[in-house]
Design a protein around this ligand. Structure first.
Ligand code: AMP
Ligand code: GLY
Length: 423
């Protein structure tokens, strides 16, 4: 019997997941809530918001899928997994308790500390005056972080005392991140190169995927504010066998043991944000889902049937599941709306999608159909133009050749995705 899968979410990550699942001979039908104009080519999209827990749970009850895959962090933090599992449907994505690893930075810092996992020194504050009085404890720059979820924007790297005090005021008084900023973490600034490691994780193993490199800042040369991610490539050129061994030894193993010791029944993707410092890799953050746009460049390199991996995780059999990657290189360049990560306009007609090369992948992030069936922009990040090649340069060139074929009013993209920087 072929399987029916419900994917929750509607961004580039979910498009990439749907694309990979659609290749599985075992998958019969994909339903997506809410999906987007690109996902609609692979799945039946239902107009249900991923953040409306009750509505998604009701959809799961009526669709009765064999598996639910939850893409974004907010429904995970809202306990959607627990809600759907209670209906007897297996879910790929951690439960509410484990989702705190992303939903609360102080929860993660305490976890890291308790299990001796390398990370930046920090202190958490709920009292604004106390934080202001301690603003210089780690010198400057300092990393100031809203404790809760803030769509990847809740971190300010303040270069001076003045900038730090302004960030504290924004978070704790103006409440620009809402309740997420009621608690703020002040953290020692780490120098080095950043890298992301996405891992499949369950109660039997934590298995890293191929490495990926994200570009978080909006402008070339890592300038401007942080975004959800403006592009990625895989594998990361920063990785080698020695670094991988250090990550395994100092981070993955104690994290796995920590999950056991703390009764964290994690099932899904553990995404580790790392700073590769002179003292070795240190954890900047945990996320509990596939990265977006890391997923776009990583899943292109997966040879194993993704459904098999998802099912193995939900059944706690990851340690015996074969996972094969190919040696291709992949590059994903995000095309965004002018103004992102701040305010931007939507509803611009996207042209040129028919002209991209047959072997390029255009993952839709924020798109929808217009009244005449045309494809319109509907988000800050609009498309993730992805290409694979035998070499890094080939993948990069192919991705950019295709980016240049696509136009919409106010389209913005970085021209340096794939270039390696060191701080
Ligand atoms: P996060 O949302 O925790 O990943 O933080 C967003 C970005 O802020 C990271 O990708 C880093 O570029 C930067 N960042 C966070 N914490 C630190 C730190 N302790 N030292 C240096 N940079 C940091
Ligand atoms: N690209 C970073 C993230 O998904 O959080």
């Amino acid at each position: 019997m072929k399987k029916k899968v419900l994917i929750v979410g509607g961004g580039g990550r979910e498009h990439a997941i749907a694309w990979k699942l659609a290749q599985s001979p075992k998958v019969g039908e994909i339903v997506c809530a809410p999906g987007n104009a690109g996902i609609a080519e692979l799945a039946r999209c239902e107009d249900v918001s991923a953040e409306d827990t009750e509505a998604v749970a009701a959809l799961a009850a009526s669709e009765a899928p064999d598996l639910v895959v939850i893409g974004p962090e907010t429904p995970l933090a809202n306990g959607l997994t627990d809600r759907i599992e209670a209906q007897g449907i297996p879910v790929f994505g951690p439960n509410e308790k484990c989702a705190r690893l992303e939903a609360s930075k102080s929860f993660t810092k305490r976890f890291l500390e308790r299990h001796g996992i390398p990370t930046a020194r920090y202190r958490a504050f709920t009292d604004r005056e106390e934080l202001e009085a301690n603003i210089g404890i780690y010198g400057f720059p300092v990393a100031l972080k809203a404790d809760g979820l803030a769509a990847g924007k809740g971190v300010v790297i303040a270069e001076s005392e003045e900038e730090a005090l302004r960030a504290v005021r924004d978070m704790m008084e103006e409440r620009v991140f809402g309740a997420a900023g009621d608690k703020v973490i002040a953290e020692e600034y780490l120098r080095g190169a950043e890298a992301s490691v996405l891992c499949f994780a369950d109660g039997s193993a934590i298995v890293p995927m191929e490495s990926a490199q994200d570009y978080k800042r909006i402008f070339d040369e890592d300038r401007g504010p942080n975004t959800g991610g403006m592009g990625t490539y895989s594998p990361s050129l920063l990785f080698d066998a020695s670094l991988e061994a250090q990550i395994e030894e100092r981070i993955l193993r104690p994290t796995f043991e920590g999950f056991r010791a703390d009764g964290l029944d994690f099932k899904g993707v553990l995404f580790i944000g790392l700073m590769i410092t002179d003292d070795g890799p240190k954890v900047i953050e945990f996320n509990n889902r596939f990265g977006d746009p890391e997923t776009q460049s990583v899943l292109c390199r997966l040879d194993t049937d993704l459904l098999d991996i998802f099912v193995a995780v939900t059944e706690n059999r990851l340690s015996t599941q074969e996972i094969k990657w190919n040696d291709d290189r992949a590059v994903c360049v995000v095309m965004a709306s002018d103004g992102y990560p701040g305010a931007y306009e939507k509803g611009k007609i996207i042209r040129g999608l028919d002209e991209v090369d047959d072997d390029a992948l255009v993952f839709h992030a924020g798109t929808k159909f217009g009244p005449g069936g045309e494809i319109l922009t509907a988000g800050g990040r609009v498309l993730g133009v992805t290409a694979v090649g035998k070499t890094h340069d080939e993948a990069r060139q192919k991705a950019y050749n295709n980016v240049r074929k696509i136009t919409f009013e106010g389209a913005r993209y970085r021209t340096d995705i794939g270039v390696v920087y060191r701080r």
